[in-house]
Design a protein around this ligand. Structure first.
Ligand code: B12
Length: 368
């Protein structure tokens, strides 16, 4: 980082943040590009622009969608604008010339992970610091990643995931990469704000943001021994009970039975349109998938955190969070043979009950 304090002190980044936000809200790509390139012309460090302006706006986009201030289409538009600006920046700000890049890193998203932008930001930060970067983008299937690594032999792999649902796939990727003797640094929101899931899955390192990740990679990661691929149960002995595998395998059937049960319990559902039915099926599947993910990690907070997040999303759309409870009750019945699953469902129902008992948040602007 060259000039972070200077650019922050003279208000360049602050101004760029404000202008970029106005521009993405208006879906005005030209104005967005002007906001970013003016900051660069005014001497802002490109790394600060990526992380303190563009990433900042991108997180605001997430908040705006969650709070129902942005539609899905507005979120897509903002992300597309950011992607094009990052690409334009990459061609405008040359990477420092070096014959001896200290770090040669492959940056990839886990299989099934569409959130490529966080990984792209990391890739650009590494490039700006003079490192050799091979950016593979979204959802890279592990066998293809491994074949690519055999051909390119980087010094490390940076594996990105934003959605906790991808943790089992991340685990396979981590163990497969380590088995060929290449260290893995993991990052992205899926691994937890404190990196707990990166440690659980045996990654060689974790970082909360791209700057810290670059520092770690520059200091160098020890090479893992390589050899046989560890089995998931080697790292996660609780998987021996097979609950994760069985619930995952049965999930389509479980969703079908739960939907049938909901139709009996919630008469309004009988008049749902085909589209409403489809949405409800997706929501129930999402619940079952998060349940399975909590079984994989043996971490109830993954499931209760998801329910809390879902409740926030529903309430922002004037749907009471209690609509979730009948689904959990039906799942308790469907999955009654699985003790760990039942424990998670009970925890989930408790979370919703505690939430319902909380006094309502004061209206904004009201005296607290
Ligand atoms: C844009 C976006 C999308 C786009 C992604 C497009 C793209 N090209 O990336 C699309 C539309 C595809 C998408 C889809 C979905 N999304 Co989305 N998405 C987002 C959004 C708004 C922004 C993501 C982003 O770019 N963040 C900005 C960067 C800067 O994030 P960051 O994590 O801070 O990144 C830093 C660090 O994590 C770190 N880092 C990142 N990677 C790595 C890697 C390594 C190795 C290291 C060391 C560090 C590191 O460095 C980065 C820079 O410092 C987020 C909201 C948010 N707050 O992030 C939701 C969000 C992640 N999405 C969410 C959801 C639910 C979904 C969907 C399931 C929606 C759906 N029903 O279909 C799908 C799932 C798709 C899939 N299978 O992966 C939820 C997840 C909630 C949860 N409970 O986990 C979020 C949080 C939305 C919300 N506000 O609630 N999404």
């Amino acid at each position: 980082m060259t000039d972070m304090t200077t650019s922050q002190e003279d208000g360049t980044l602050e101004r760029a943040r404000e202008q970029l936000w106005q521009a993405v809200c208006a879906r005005d790509e030209d104005a967005a590009a002007r906001a970013v390139f003016t900051a660069l012309d005014d001497g802002a460090d490109p790394q600060d622009v990526l992380l303190d302006v563009i990433a900042h706006a991108q997180r605001e986009v997430g908040r705006a969608w969650a709070e129902n201030r942005f539609t899905v289409a507005q979120e897509h538009s903002a992300t597309a604008i950011h992607e094009r600006i990052i690409a334009a920046m990459a061609h405008r700000v040359p990477a420092p010339a070096t014959d001896d890049p200290r770090v040669a890193v492959t940056v990839a998203c886990v299989d099934g992970e569409w959130h490529a932008l966080p990984a792209r930001l990391l890739a650009e930060v590494l490039r700006l610091r003079g490192h050799r970067v091979d950016f593979l983008g979204a959802q890279v299937p592990t066998p293809h990643l491994i074949a690519h690594l055999h051909a390119t032999a980087p010094s490390a792999v940076a594996l990105s995931s934003s959605l906790p649902l991808r943790l089992p796939a991340a685990h396979s990727a981590i163990t497969a990469v380590q088995a060929i003797g290449i260290p893995v640094v993991a990052g992205g929101a899926a691994f937890g704000a404190d990196g707990r899931y990166a440690r659980l899955l045996g990654a060689d390192a974790w970082a909360p943001d791209a700057r810290t990740a670059a520092g770690l990679l520059e200091r160098g990661l020890p090479r893992p021994a390589g050899g046989a691929v560890r089995q998931s149960v080697d790292d996660l002995p609780h998987l021996i009970d097979q609950e994760y595998t069985l619930v995952t395998r049965a999930r389509r059937q479980v969703v079908r039975s739960t939907l049938a049960g909901l139709e009996e319990r919630v008469p309004a559902m009988r008049d749902y349109s085909a589209e409403q039915r489809e949405r409800t099926a997706e929501d129930v599947l999402h619940i079952v998938e998060f349940l399975a993910c909590a079984l994989y990690t043996d971490d109830g907070s993954l499931f209760t955190g998801f329910l809390d997040w879902t409740a926030d999303i529903l309430e922002a759309r004037q749907v009471p969070a209690r609509v979730l409870d009948p689904t959990l009750v039906l799942l308790q019945d469907e999955l009654k043979d699985f003790p760990r699953t039942l424990g998670l469902l009970a925890e989930g129902r408790d979370t919703l009950r505690r939430r319902a008992a909380r006094p309502p948040a004061p209206e904004s602007g009201a005296p607290v």
